[in-house]
Design a protein around this ligand. Structure first.
Ligand SMILES: Nc1ncnc2c1ncn2[C@@H]1O[C@H](COP(=O)(O)OP(=O)(O)O)[C@@H](O)[C@H]1O
Ligand SMILES: [Mg+2]
Length: 371
């Protein structure tokens, strides 16, 4: 039995279609992350699941029951927002107990649940503190605690860490994973941060302009993105795209002329093509920065000449930026501070292997994608 199923969900505000025919199941106990650029409809989809918004069409099914007309409180889901409003005059205990008192839970039971939640979140020492005396991270924990005590069937999180500073976000991210392991409750988590998505999710739902682009475990999306949107969104720094025209194509290799240059490269196909390209087609070659080097490491590497426009040294990793044409700069991520590479060079060459290349057709479809 799936915990939740979305069937052909559409949502419009006035004449504007925001969610466009979204369907997928979520399994019991899964940690699902909705990721996508700002404005793509992540919060709207979460609000539809919670019942705070009504669907325009389609069905929301929870534990085999259509809940379209069930009000939010009866859906037994708990939501944590980016801006969590704790009651300023109440201490942590009171903030966590408040919702339960409204539900007429006994004081004894309330005490037990609040104590347990405080233990899980490691905020036992803050039970007497008021929000103004706590840090952002501590307040966010209380906001999460307030939902844990309700023992919901499902947690919905809408960018809960976005207001925290970078170091705290990393810490809270690890806490979220721990929380999920401990509670084993189904969680849906919205973020625009692909690192958060990669590290938290059992499965990621990539949204773009109200549509699902791809759903899958993080590494599957990284290894096997179905199109250039997912390829560019998952992975950091983003995948490089080099535009070009197909000169020759067979089942074994594609010969491509890089746009705006006379450079021709041959890409041996390491996987069976699931889509077809023909001579004359405009395509994009995709290659991740971590698969590009600035010196030749393999005999059979593909080589592209360009100009080094910047070299950033971050300590563990360095980023080289090489312009191939006036509108194509390739990022290359190298270790050991680029040892063996002359950083003051102007002319530089990029090297990568055919088996780390992705090929996207004119519609942006990855023609080497398995599915
Ligand atoms: N209540 C509303 N009325 C009109 N438009 C809305 C409403 N809520 C959201 N939208 C629009 O829907 C789109 C998606 O918003 P949202 O779901 O908040 O995106 P995200 O969370 O991915 O950033 C945006 O263009 C937003 O302006
Ligand atoms: Mg949002």
């Amino acid at each position: 039995m799936s915990k939740l199923e979305l069937k052909n969900i559409c949502k419009s505000f006035g004449n504007t279609d925001i969610i466009k025919d979204v369907s997928f199941p979520i399994n019991d106990g899964e940690f699902i992350v909705f990721v996508g650029p700002s404005g793509c409809g992540k919060s709207t989809l979460l609000r539809l699941i919670s019942g705070l918004e009504d669907v325009t069409s389609g069905e929301i099914i929870m534990e085999d029951r259509v809940v379209n007309d069930v009000p939010p409180v009866k859906r037994d889901v708990a939501m944590v927002f980016q801006s969590y409003a704790l009651y300023p005059h109440m201490n942590t205990y009171e903030n966590m107990a408040f919702g339960l008192r409204n539900l007429k839970v006994s004081e004894e039971e309330i005490k037990q649940r609040v104590t347990e939640a405080a233990e899980i979140l490691q905020i036992q020492h803050l039970l007497e503190s008021k929000p103004k005396d706590m840090s952002g991270g501590q307040r966010q924990r209380v906001a999460i605690g307030r939902t844990i005590v309700r023992e919901p069937k499902m947690f919905l999180f809408d960018e809960p860490l976005s207001n925290l500073d970078a170091a705290l976000r990393v810490q809270m991210r690890i806490e979220m994973t721990r929380l999920h392991k401990q509670l084993k409750t189904t969680m849906i988590y919205v973020t625009h941060d692909q690192v958060e998505a990669m590290t938290l999710a059992d499965r990621i739902v990539v949204l773009n302009a109200g549509k699902v682009e791809q759903i899958g475990p993080p590494l599957e999306l990284y290894d096997n993105p179905c199109n250039s949107f997912v390829a560019g969104f998952i992975g950091s720094p983003s995948m490089n795209f080099i535009g070009g025209k197909v000169l020759d194509a067979s089942a074994k290799k594609i010969t491509m002329q890089i746009q705006g240059t006379n450079t021709t490269i041959e890409i041996k196909l390491h996987k069976e093509c699931t889509g077809k390209v023909n001579p004359g087609d405009v395509i994009k070659l995709g290659v991740r920065p971590e698969n590009v080097t600035l010196k030749q490491e393999h005999k059979d590497s593909i080589k592209i000449d360009g100009k080094l426009i910047a070299f950033e040294e971050l300590g563990n990793t360095s980023y080289g930026y090489v312009s191939v044409t006036s509108d194509c700069v390739v990022t290359c991520s190298v270790h050991n501070n680029g040892a063996g590479f002359n950083k003051s060079t102007e002319n530089a060459s990029l090297y990568f292997q055919a088996n780390s290349c992705y090929i996207f057709n004119q519609q942006g479809v990855n023609i080497l994608c398995k599915k």
